[in-house]
Write a protein that binds this ligand. Sequence first.
Ligand SMILES: *[C@@H]1O[C@H](CO)[C@@H](O)[C@H](O)[C@H]1NC(C)=O
Ligand SMILES: *[C@@H]1O[C@H](CO)[C@@H](O)[C@H](O)[C@H]1NC(C)=O
Ligand SMILES: *[C@@H]1O[C@H](CO)[C@@H](O)[C@H](O)[C@H]1NC(C)=O
Ligand SMILES: *[C@@H]1O[C@H](CO)[C@@H](O)[C@H](O)[C@H]1NC(C)=O
Length: 324
Amino acid sequence: MLLPAQILRLVATSSLLFPLAVTAQRNPKRGLCFTPNADYPEDNQVWTQSGSQLSWYYNYGVDPSPAFADLSQEEFEFIPMMWGVDRDNLQDTSFRDRVARLIEDGRNITRVMGFNEPDIDHSGGSGIPPRDAARAWVANFVPLQEMGIQVGLPAMTGAPAGLVWLHEFLDHCSELVSSGNSRTNCTYDFLPVHWYDNFEGFASHIGERVFHFPNTSIWVTEYAYAHQELEPTQQFFNMSLEYMDRLDEIGGYSYFGAFRSAESNVGPNAPFLNNAGDLTDVGAWYLGLDTTGVDPQSAAVPWRAPLAMVVAATLVGVSFSGIY
Ligand SMILES: *[C@@H]1O[C@H](CO)[C@@H](O)[C@H](O)[C@H]1NC(C)=O
Ligand SMILES: *[C@@H]1O[C@H](CO)[C@@H](O)[C@H](O)[C@H]1NC(C)=O
Ligand SMILES: *[C@@H]1O[C@H](CO)[C@@H](O)[C@H](O)[C@H]1NC(C)=O
Ligand SMILES: *[C@@H]1O[C@H](CO)[C@@H](O)[C@H](O)[C@H]1NC(C)=O
């Protein structure tokens, strides 16, 4: 006979006993924008749980996250990012060197991403003038391309000036790699974009980028309909997901919301977790799991009795079959 405490322990580890859907197909486009909070290390394991459709992640840095260190690239692809530059040392190659070391150590890195929101210098933007960014790019990304690694351009905010920044950056970059009279253009494999407004604006932004960057795979590496009520938040979430899964031009996407509601800087309804660390509806839908009905702004742990009863009933069944 198990003590209530042991039943509780089994409930806590029940995902091991009852995998939700071991055979679930991972979605090659769908990824995790990983923003861990040291106060809630238990949240880190939510994203790779059994049944999760997520296939890749980034964490704004060059090193894989300790939380996923045991997972190979095939299991959960890590994409290194060079967040910003050292303005006093634009020739610094530590990003390139670190990626090369990861590969030497056996991690099969095949893609890397450029700077985070260099078009702004607040709210997480790296604030880099296009000319400086081009120098750092040539020092780090061009050598990685020569190693056969696919490179993603810097990720702009959704503001119109982002397009101007990108064109200036590419002009400077091409000047740096050209020699004499023979013009060489800087090349790239994909274009990350960010978006925090409504679906019409989102689709129009994507359309504009497709027009300016033909034949370039677009990766939406941060997005959400920020600061909205729950219903428009969910409507946007569903429409954008369907749109990105359908469009061939979209190579990947990662929603900005892998955190608790109270930690959110994109409004309390956007996140994947409520204040107790439980998956909200959009969190569950993103992973490919069933609707939870969890209000993002709730703090209470939802009633878990049905699962406890399932476990208890199973245990009773096991002991009966043992007895008889
Ligand atoms: C690395 O990953 C790429 C893309 O998934 C694959 O084509 C390649 O065979 C892998 N290389 C090794 C050494 O595993
Ligand atoms: C380089 O890019 C410019 C502007 O996009 C284009 O007109 C030109 O044909 C390109 N040159 C090469 C060699 O690809
Ligand atoms: C895009 O790809 C198509 C088909 O492969 C090709 O005809 C076209 O020239 C490409 N455009 C650019 C700008 O590279
Ligand atoms: C969003 O999609 C889920 C299924 O993925 C569905 O259950 C839900 O009703 C949809 N919500 C809205 C607001 O469209």
